[in-house]
Design a protein around this ligand. Sequence first.
Ligand code: NAP
Ligand code: MG
Length: 468
Amino acid sequence: MKSFDKLFYDGKWQTTNSTEYSEVINSATEEPFAKVVKATHEDVDCAVASAKSAFTKWNERDPKERAEYIQKILTGIEERRTEIEETIIQELGVSRQFVSKGQVDLSINEIKATLEEFEDFSFEEELDNATIIKEGFGVVACVTPWNFPLNQIQRKITPALLAGNTVVVNPASNTPLTAILYAEIIEAAGLPKGVFNLITGSGSDTGDYLTKHPDVSVVSFTGSTSVGKGLYENAATTVKKIVLELGGKSPMIYLKGGDLQMAVEAAASTVLDNQGQTCSALSRLLVPKDDLEETKHIIKKYYQDIVIGDPTQKETRVGPMVSKDQMERVLNYIQKGTEEGAQVLVGGHRLPDKGYFVEPTVFVNVDNQMTIAQEEIFGPVLVVITYDSVEEAIQIANDTIYGLSGAVVGPQEEAIAVAKKIRTGNVTVNGGDRSAKAPFGGYKQSGIGRENGLFGLEDYLEVKAIFK
Ligand code: NAP
Ligand code: MG
């Protein structure tokens, strides 16, 4: 078994006194294949101190030079993309079909888009007799989930570093290997020591200690709403700035006169790709009552051809869940759905073979008050809810604690009008492409702040007014 026993801070890979490790599991085979050291609190102190001492110089650098370093990191990602893809397949269980476009290209495009926007960004402007200056906060603690092991880190460190901050990253325990590879790429890009630091270790210990650290100025977290709430509370102690990208329960609304097949396939894709472990997944499909039969027919036909199994095989669409815990969580929700009176249209079981596989599952006869319509399942589960009027569809769509994403398929003008009434940070109309420069983030309990492009950058900038 491969062993990773070093942490990256102060510009190099450092040894630790820790003797504790966490195992990385291949969830298609249930075999552990690597172990990664868990940082001690002293290690966290060292990483934060290193980021703190690097801050002033990095913050005062010409922003163009900071952009050149990000460009070097981007080149490194492009050069080592095959290795990154293989690592993500192995530690996340995502299918080869999805990893390239859905994970690595996503990061490359988002970094490119941010760099492009950054070219014309001004850190200083005049307002009456004031000079308004924008600059970094200091040390940013980044705590990231496992579902997009490269992109969740990139979305934080690209804007944080461009803005002039230094960072300490604590990646998810399920997927630390992509983060380690990323750190190697950053090391090769030759960033000044202390600007980027990586410490592995569990969130409840390492991440908790890091995000409470008095020398951390910003906590940037992506993960579950429950952990996010705890971090928000902790941040109050030293009035840290907080950026939260949390869960979702996003609706796809099909309107009469639109392309029903497109609506079904677009929603289904978001719960099939990445095994539905995507925060913006369109996991609630809303259709007019009298289109239900046609909807069921389309779903059955579409799901017939979905290949589930070994994620390394190119015909596989759906791989295993990231972990045993995640599989059990999804299976519990499926059971709860049945108990509460929803009806399984397709799927509903664990695969009998080895590996943490859950069949792609679709529920009908779902009421929006049911647990499977209210709580984020984070798995290959779609629920179909019917409505009588467009007003009711909007009301159902918004009847959730979340507000991350959404979609509407229907006659274009009407669909845009409905999109405006959905209380979420993103809405896709008739399958519109998403620009990597546009903001991503949630209303309500889906988060605070936005990622991507200049919107993402702003979250990592302090603002000062100098009156002359
Ligand atoms: P999670 O349990 O909240 O974990 C996310 C990260 O937080 C992991 O690195 C975890 O470490 C760490 N963590 C756990 N407890 C912590 C604590 N007390 N203090 C500091 N850090 C702590 O979520 P998950 O199960 O990994 O990811 C699934 C959830 O993330 C879903 O709800 C999903 O919607 C959400 N998500 C949201 C977005 C978005 O952009 N809005 C994107 C992706 C995922 P360990 O790995 O060591 O437990
Ligand atoms: Mg795994």
